[in-house]
Design a protein around this ligand. Structure first.
Ligand SMILES: [Zn+2]
Length: 96
């Protein structure tokens, strides 16, 4: 169990398309999938409301994170800004 790969290559997109799409969603959003897998995931998202919803949520979540990072997408800057925001919030509510 502990040494199981993150993405199980044995999952067949034909017999279990939802699990397949779900497992590749992050890579799909990152554009890391091969064209074949991308096409498979896209085809499934077009036909499955459940997975399309999960995908829409991930997209919104990612754009919100980018928005919170000032649109830079930089992890370091994101952490700094997040920390600054936290400090400001804490000051606002009188924690510091
Ligand atoms: Zn599905």
């Amino acid at each position: 169990m502990s040494d199981a790969p993150l993405v199980d290559p044995s999952i067949d997109p034909l017999s279990d398309p939802c699990t397949h799409a779900e497992q590749h969603l992050q890579e799909y959003l990152d554009g890391l999938l091969t064209t074949t897998v991308t096409a498979t995931v896209e085809a499934h998202l077009a036909t499955c409301a459940h997975c399309a919803q999960a995908y829409a949520f991930e997209q919104r979540f990612r754009s919100y994170v980018r928005f919170c990072c000032g649109g830079t997408g930089s992890e370091t800057r994101c952490r700094e800004e997040f920390r600054e925001q936290l400090v400001r919030r804490c000051r606002d509510v009188g924690i510091t």
